[in-house]
Write a protein that binds this ligand. Structure first.
Ligand code: 3PG
Length: 227
């Protein structure tokens, strides 16, 4: 069922950082995916913000078969279909409009809807979703807001994204309702344009190591039987 996030749980447990990738040149797709895979990243989110994004999803899926490549910035039901057709194995949206939730609930891969408020989280929850993107995390109250969500929304888990970085990653991952963080800090445009994929791998490796040391959320959420 496409609202069941538990199929992603093993990958999230191995690496609770999801890189948010905006790839402008398909030639960068394979070396970028391989660099992130060799850093230990397991889920790769390719945003639909470039004309080549769907091609990039296809290339990355082949180039890094041990990773799970998904599509981000899904704004419409048609985006969901396009990501699935390209081979995307999960879908991320910055928001949670009702038509997207309906399409996601019947899609064959998991949609991770984006929410910034309790009311939005309740709407996504009532549509069956339990794993939500908290976006934009930094300007929506940050870790303190997510901490406050935990009591009334006890069966939800989150991936905060937007303003997450090596300095604040730990405060998010320390929360029991956070199973991953997302961000783009490990894939700066200038390194990708310069073909410096070894540097990308090194930044990503540091992010994975840092995140793994705070990765208690999957275990505690499993204990709490969030589903
Ligand atoms: C996203 O696209 O999901 C976020 O904007 C990524 O945010 P960041 O660039 O602040 O990490």
């Amino acid at each position: 069922m496409s609202t069941d996030w538990k199929s992603l749980a093993p990958a999230l447990e191995r690496c609770p950082v999801i890189p948010v990738l905006t790839v402008r040149d398909p030639a960068h797709a394979a070396p970028l995916a391989q660099a992130l895979a060799s850093a230990g990243m397991t889920l790769l989110e390719v945003t639909l913000r470039t004309d080549c994004a769907l091609e990039v999803i296809r290339i990355m899926t082949e180039a890094a078969p041990d990773t799970c490549v998904g599509g981000g910035t899904a704004l419409t039901p048609a985006d969901i279909d396009a990501i699935i057709d390209a081979g995307g194995r999960f879908i991320v949206s910055p928001g949670a409009p009702s038509e997207l939730l309906a399409a996601g609930a019947s899609a064959k891969v998991l949609l991770i809807p984006g929410v910034a408020t309790v009311t939005e989280a309740m709407a996504a929850r009532n549509a069956g979703f339990r794993f939500l993107k908290f976006f934009p995390a930094g300007t929506s109250g940050g870790a303190a807001a997510l901490k406050a969500f935990a009591a009334p929304l006890a069966d939800l888990v989150f991936c905060p994204t937007g303003g997450v970085n090596p300095e604040n990653l730990a405060e998010y991952l320390a929360l029991p309702n956070v199973v991953a963080v997302g961000g783009s800090w490990m894939v700066p445009d200038k390194l990708i344009k310069a073909g410096r994929f070894d540097d990308v791998r090194d930044i990503a490796t540091r992010a994975v190591e840092q995140a793994r040391s705070y990765n208690s959320a999957i275990r505690s959420s499993t204990r709490a039987n969030r589903s």
